[in-house]
Design a protein around this ligand. Structure first.
Ligand code: V47
Length: 364
């Protein structure tokens, strides 16, 4: 083993990783507190390469945020607006279709669609939105509706989660994105998003989706008022859920952007904090196949570096992301296909264009 791992005091953690043993919450705490970022990153990279070799995945995708009208109005969110607010909007089904049609000439394989918890849109709107996308682009994979939205749709439909998910699936839903998880801690939820579906509810929806044959992602919003222990409990809860249903594809740490939020007095996350969260997540989430460095939130340059700190995926072309931009995100609106490939190649990795379920479509 590298002597610098010993010098960083992480020799026993390396032994566990090398023997594919699960890390404890105490191990996680030591990793977060270790001042030697390169040592933590080296360990994460060791696991990253064991799981995914030299591959770095990306996808040709499109984001659609159908409405920002939301009844939850979480403190950390600059996107959600009350109905009647001057910046509130909602897309008609025709407008959603138009958004898809506008980019028919591009080889998009995934549409990522999420929105707020709208007080009035009927259940039929969501089914119609899925069907409309499929009508315009029949082969696209629709990754839509966070677990929070899915619970809302089941409530609207007055049906059990299973029946709602089956109906959404029949209308075109392919998988669930990872948003809305925030930090599961009841303390954090009470302080930042008291109206939102709680952590147990979020995991119940994700696990029900897995049992219905739908894969999903998971996120953690870090860099606001959460403690290291609360982050670790969040990771541990995801790890236990994954042990049971195995349907999570990727974990995405989301760097908090404070501008225009109810927590705007806080500072933005730092590069070290961003890389640490990616690395510790890679080490703790031993049963998650992928860790995503979401360039929209940490910037393309740091996302590129993150490919050596545990991440094996850079998300995709994106275009027109609103949630981060409203909260002061300064990344470009879209990354070209060639830019993603160059970022990955320069990081010494093999660019692999994937579909939503991580089937390799093309290697560069
Ligand atoms: O659900 C809200 C978070 C999420 C802020 O599944 C904020 O592959 C930072 O979940 N600063 C939406 N984050 C984004 C998301 C996502 C993005 C890319 C890929 C995937 C995936 C998922 O953003 C929300 C919320 O958790 N969020 N406000 C903010 N101010």
């Amino acid at each position: 083993m590298n002597s610098f791992i010993q010098q960083a005091g992480l020799g026993d953690i390396f032994d566990k990783i090398n023997n594919a043993e699960r890390l404890s919450l105490e191990d996680g705490r030591r990793l977060y507190e270790c001042p030697d970022l390169l040592a933590v990153g080296w360990l994460a990279n060791f696991v990253r390469e064991r799981k995914n070799g030299n591959q770095a995945f990306f996808i040709y995708n499109q984001h659609i945020n159908y409405s920002n009208i939301c009844t939850n109005l979480c403190k950390f969110c600059a996107f959600g607006k009350e109905k009647g607010h001057e910046m509130a909007y909602e897309m008609s089904i025709a407008q959603i279709k138009e958004k898809v049609r506008e980019r028919l000439d591009e080889p998009i394989t995934e549409i990522h669609m999420v929105g707020g918890i709208h007080p009035e849109l009927p259940y039929s709107y969501y089914l119609a939105a899925l069907r409309a996308i499929k009508e315009v682009r029949p082969d696209v994979h629709i990754q839509a509706f966070t677990c929070v939205e899915i619970q809302h749709l089941a409530d609207l439909a007055g049906k059990p989660l299973e029946a709602t998910l089956e109906e959404l699936k029949a209308a075109g839903l392919g998988s669930l994105p990872g948003g809305g998880a925030e930090v599961f801690s009841p303390r954090i939820r009470e302080l930042t998003c008291p109206k939102k579906l709680d952590g147990a509810g979020w995991r119940r929806v994700a696990q029900t989706a897995h049992r219905c044959g739908l894969k999903s992602n998971a996120t953690m919003l870090y860099g606001h008022i959460e403690t290291i222990d609360e982050r670790l409990e969040h990771l541990d809860a995801l790890r236990r859920a994954q042990d049971e249903t195995g349907g999570f594809l990727t974990f995405i740490p989301l760097a908090f952007h404070p501008k225009n939020t109810g927590l705007s007095d806080l500072s933005r996350t730092t590069g070290v904090n961003d890389l640490k969260n990616i690395a510790v997540a890679r080490l703790m989430l031993d049963n998650f196949p992928h860790i995503k460095a979401y360039w929209v939130m940490i910037g393309p340059k740091l996302a590129q570096v993150a490919l050596s700190f545990g991440a094996d995926d850079m998300d995709g072309t994106v275009k027109e992301e609103i949630i981060t931009r409203m909260a002061g995100g300064e990344s470009e609106q879209a990354l070209g296909h060639n830019t993603l490939i160059r970022l990955i190649k320069e990081a010494g990795r093999e660019p692999v264009e994937r579909d939503t379920l991580y089937e390799a479509l093309r290697r560069y």
